[in-house]
Structure formats: C-alpha cells, structure tokens
Design a protein around this ligand. Structure first.
Ligand SMILES: *Cc1c(COP(=O)(O)O)cnc(C)c1O
Length: 406
C-alpha cells in the first residue's frame, strides 16, 4: 500500500482508520501452507484480528481458525469458516461456550486443566453418544524470553497443564468414553524470535507422545501454538516462516508414524498487513517536549500503552512541516495514551500519519473508553479498496442503554 493510496483512503473514509492489505494476508497465509505442505495444518488465531472480511480472506487462503471464545466461534462461522477447521483454545472456557462448540462440531478442544476435562466429559455424557476431539495443552515450563505480559509457557503462568501431571491426565482422557484424545498442544507466548525454546518444548511433547504410544494411546498431531515474532518497528523479522516451520518439522521427522504439526499463527498473518491512519489535530510544546496530538488514541491501538510496543510512524502528507522530535499523543485522558515516542519528522496540523504493522492486536483490542466510537476498517486488494467495517456512531454506542434508561 503506497502513500498516495493510503492518503486517498484517509480522505474517503476519514480518520482514524485501520487499513489491511489483502495481498499481504494471502502471502503470509500461503507461507504457512507451503512450508507445512501435507505434514501439518495452520489455524489462524482469530483474536489477532477478527474482522469478518479478514477471516473470510484467510479461510479462502486455506487456513483453519484457532478461537478462544464463543464470540469468536460465531464470527468464524458468520465469515464462512467451516467448523471442522476450528480449534478451541483458552484457559477458562464457559460451559455454554463448550456446548456451543460441541454443537458446531469443531475439530479439536485444546483442554488446559483437569477441571476443564471433567466439565467436557460431563457435557458429552449429557449428550448421549457425542464424542469431543481433544488435545491437552501442556505447560512445558519453558521461558520464550519475550515480554513478560505475552509469555505463557512458564511454570508460574496460568496456561496449560503442568508437564508432570500431563501423562496422568492424558491416560484419563484416553479412557473417557466421551473424549477422543487426538493431540497434544502448547503455546509458549508471543513475539518469539528464536527456535530454541520451541524445539525444546517440541522435544518434551514428542517424549510424552512416545510414552503414551508405548501404552497404546496414539496421538495424531502436535499443536505448537503460535507466537512467531513480527517486529513492531521497521526492522526485518529475525525468524522467517519457512525456517521456523522447517526447524519444527526436522525434529518431528517424516516417518509413517510422525505426528502432524499443527500451528496457530495470529500476528504473523495480519500484523504487517495493517496500518492505522490518523490525523494530526494540533501541535503543542510543553517545556522541552513537543507533542503532536492525533485523532487516534489508546482505545484504538492499545499496544503501546499495554506492552510498550513501538510502531513505526510514517508521514503520508507532503509539504512543509515543523521538523522536531515529536511525542505522538492521543486525546484520551490518561498519561499512558501515547502512541509513539521520539519521532523525528517534519509535522504540520492536518497531516496524515500511518502507524505501521498494526494489523494484529490493533482493532481487536480496541475499546470505547472516553465514549469514543471505534475506527472504521478498510481492505485494500490491489487497486481496489472497500470499507469492511464502518466507523461506529456515537448513538449506537448507547442505544441499548437508552432502552433500559432509569
Ligand atoms: C494468542 C494465541 C495464539 C497466537 O499468537 P500470535 O503471537 O498472535 O501468533 C496462538 N495460540 C494461542 C493459544 C493463543 O492464545
């Protein structure tokens, strides 16, 4: 997406506006498909970007979906995704959500605790004859050395089943009439830029699989979750999709007995396909600091405030500007509402800026804080551009409250 195309979109749909590049999403999806070939499957982690048109595009590119809620299940089905291409992750699935997914007939439940397994067994017992395909999510106690808020596979994290308890729970699952134990899963966290933690975790999973096999329990797939890093700034990824998948497939081997490799990529499918367009409202100078106040805020893009994420800022507008080092601030009444720091650019009021690589965990984490209507979303496909979610209106934000007004 070049600058003039993005500028036209900002003019046509207004700002703030998320823009996604369909070609880039297709390319990332194809990289997973090509590298896995017949040896595995990729399930896009819907929480990264759950816009229906984005989901439809990804289904068309041949990926399945990894969901973490009933709401995401409904979205995938509404977008035309098939239930048999869906896996369900998450540490606290509500009984209603488990029932919803059982009714839909999804491919696999990634079960994260003994209590959850028990609940699923109860639900299948209530539905005579129904069997739930299950993978147990193991916590391998491996630190993926990413940001503490996005690492999930250490002993102190809430996710997964401790490796020491996994064998017993696998035996129990395999012996339960309503359960079909088909896989083992794990997910170490996000922004992983080296293969070592992943291969160490995979070794543990393969060991567990071998032990189960010796007891007559066959495990068809190993799901290594998602988490491949996409740098927020301008630097290139340190680990490319084919190398990452190659390292895992090498370890799995190719024999008749080899399990399928399942993956759950989120960020690496949509992050670099998206930009958040925002307009400079005004420039101000507080003592030594220069602030460019823009019309996007932390409610639209939460990552800088939540994880200190650094997104590159591109000035799309041409022309004269005040060349300084700018702090890019949103209008929300919080000191943490800063979108970027120390940006060296010539800026003028009315300029249009693009916050880059914001296609994952951007809109999907947005909120209505400060009673702000959330941005619109647009999809570019070659020369075509269409609105795929209109900007929210102020009225629709409180329409249901009016119906229940005191
Ligand atoms: C969030 C999540 C993913 C996707 O992680 P990315 O870093 O976006 O690739 C995959 N699997 C599970 C279980 C998750 O919670």
């Amino acid at each position: 997406m070049d600058d003039s195309q993005l500028l036209q979109i900002a003019e046509r749909f207004g700002t703030p506006c998320y823009v996604y590049d369909a070609e880039c999403i297709r390319r990332n999806s194809a990289a997973y498909r090509d590298a896995l070939g017949q040896r595995g499957r990729a399930f896009y982690a819907v929480k990264a970007n759950s816009n229906l048109s984005v989901l439809r595009l990804i289904a068309g590119a041949g990926l399945g979906f990894d969901i973490v809620s009933g709401g995401e299940l409904a979205r995938v089905l509404a977008a035309g995704g098939a239930p048999e291409d869906i896996v369900f992750s998450g540490v606290g699935k509500h009984p209603d959500e488990l029932a919803q997914a059982l009714d839909a007939g999804i491919a696999c439940f990634n079960i994260e605790s003994a209590a959850e397994l028990k609940l699923l067994i109860m639900l299948t017992t209530d539905r005579l004859g129904s069997r739930a395909p299950v993978a147990l999510r193991i916590n391998p106690d491996i630190d993926a050395h990413t940001h503490p808020h996005i690492t999930t596979g250490r002993a102190e994290d809430k996710f997964g089943i401790p490796a020491a308890e996994a064998l017993d729970l696998c035996r129990q699952a395999a012996a339960s009439p309503g359960i079909e134990l088909i896989g083992l899963s794990c997910h170490l966290g996000s922004q992983i830029d080296q293969t070592a933690p992943l291969t160490r975790a995979l070794e543990k999973m393969l060991e567990l699989r071998a032990t189960l096999r010796a007891e007559g329990v066959a495990i068809g797939h190993i799901d290594m979750g998602g988490g491949l890093a996409v740098p927020d700034g301008t630097s290139a990824p340190t680990l490319a999709i084919p190398d990452y998948i190659g390292a895992l497939l090498d370890l799995i081997g190719e024999g008749d007995d080899a399990p399928e490799l399942w993956l759950e990529p989120g960020r690496s499918i949509t992050a670099d396909a998206g930009a958040l367009l925002t307009r400079v409202l005004l420039l101000k100078h507080n003592w030594a600091r220069n602030f460019a106040v823009v019309d996007a805020a932390m409610n639209d893009l939460m990552r800088p405030a939540l994880y200190s994420a650094v997104h590159a800022v591109r000035r799309l507008t041409q022309g004269e500007g005040d060349a300084r080092i700018w702090q890019i601030a949103g209008p929300v009444c919080e000191s943490t509402d800063m979108l970027a720091h120390d940006i060296e650019l010539p800026l003028a009021p009315g300029d249009i800026l693009a916050l880059e690589r914001t296609g994952a965990y951007g809109f999907s984490m947005s909120s209505n804080y400060n009673a702000r209507a959330r941005p619109c979303e647009a999809l570019v496909d070659g020369g075509d551009c269409r609105l795929v979610r209109p900007r929210e209106t102020q009225e629709e934000l409180f329409a249901s409250e009016l119906e229940h007004l005191l």
